[in-house]
Design a protein around this ligand. Structure first.
Ligand code: HXC
Length: 293
């Protein structure tokens, strides 16, 4: 069974635990079988409406090898297509969210091979997912790991998280949006300092700089991220996607263009049943029952 089919089947079976590791010893292979070696994907929340992706390559501190990126994208696309999922949480381990691109895989690459093979073509799928994605960052978020976190819509951090763009220390630069997203979020001086020295910042510094919205004790982080995702998933999914699109436009458009887009999306919400339901529920003093239409 291909990874996508296996994941879809399991997701439809309800509170699925997807630990799919065919290339690992049998003891580590989930009974349902399947194809994931580097991630765990499961549905969470009281209403089973949150997709949780956990990066699971502990021996390499979740270094982002091409296989992991492929599996991450498969899980994200499956959750994007699953109508019961309203938000996604992306996390790693308590020690490491992700330690960056797999440096061992970078060793033999050349300009020619990167360019011809379009090496980074699969690295920004996360930034095109329409459902909200919350990064729950414990431990290291370095290089491509920090870049992945910044592609998410909300970043929560554990108290001991560390963020950094240390590519300069191995003779390269961020390649998956680090110089752009970090600069937009934390400003030029701190972004330059991080990119040019490779120094890391703590969760507390990241929060102060606006990279992180909330900090939690290490062991509470994922639970808190899931609770936030459940809150988001309880709203209208279609209107939530419009809200996400409007906020993201602030990073890509001029103020005038962004405001025009916001107005169009605002008007568009009036074409949904959910907007009618939300407004009626308020007036009738009852809880809204959104149908995602
Ligand atoms: C491959 C990695 C790795 C990485 C850690 N490991 N990071 N393998 N790629 N990015 C492996 C180590 O080789 C080692 O495996 C094991 O994980 C544990 O790592 P240690 O270094 O022994 O652990 P520790 O002393 O705790 O130090 C942790 C660390 C350090 C600070 C995170 O590992 C580190 O600096 N890693 C590299 C971080 C980095 O430079 N990231 C940016 C990569 S470039 P073995 O088997 O050897 O014991 C990048 C570009 C993105 O991300 C652009 C888009 C693609």
């Amino acid at each position: 069974m291909c990874a996508m089919a296996a994941l879809s089947t399991l997701l439809l079976r309800g509170p699925a635990l997807l630990r799919l590791c065919p290339r690992l010893p049998a003891a580590r292979t989930y009974a349902a079988g399947g194809d994931f070696e580097y991630i765990i994907a499961e549905k969470k929340g009281k209403n089973n409406n949150v997709g949780l992706v956990q990066l699971n390559r502990p021996k390499a501190l979740n270094a982002l090898c091409q296989g992991l990126i492929k599996e991450l994208n498969q899980a994200l696309m499956t959750f994007q297509k699953d109508p019961s999922v309203g938000a996604i949480v992306l996390t790693g381990s308590e020690k490491s969210f992700a330690a960056g691109a797999d440096i061992k895989e970078l060793r033999d690459k050349t300009l020619q091979s990167c360019y011809s093979d379009n090496f980074l073509k699969d690295w920004d799928t996360l930034s095109h997912i329409k459902k909200p994605v919350i990064a729950a960052v414990n431990g290291f978020a370095l290089g491509g790991g920090c870049e992945l976190a910044m592609m998410c819509d909300i970043v929560y951090a554990g108290e001991k998280a560390q963020f950094g763009q240390p590519e300069i220390l191995i003779g390269t630069i961020p390649g998956s949006g680090g110089t752009q997203r970090l600069t937009r979020v934390v400003g030029k001086s701190l972004a330059m300092e991080m990119v040019l020295t490779g120094d890391r910042i703590s969760a507390q510094e990241a929060k102060q700089a606006g990279l992180v919205s909330k900090i939690f004790p290490v062991e509470k982080l994922v639970e808190e991220a899931i609770q936030c995702a459940e809150k988001i998933a309880s709203n209208s999914k279609i209107v939530t996607e419009m809200a996400k699109e409007a906020v993201n436009a602030a990073f890509e458009m001029t103020l005038a263009e962004g405001i025009r887009l916001e107005k169009k999306l605002f008007y568009s919400t009036f074409a949904t049943d959910d907007q009618k339901e939300g407004v009626s529920a308020f007036v009738e003093k009852r809880k809204a029952n959104f149908k995602d239409k």
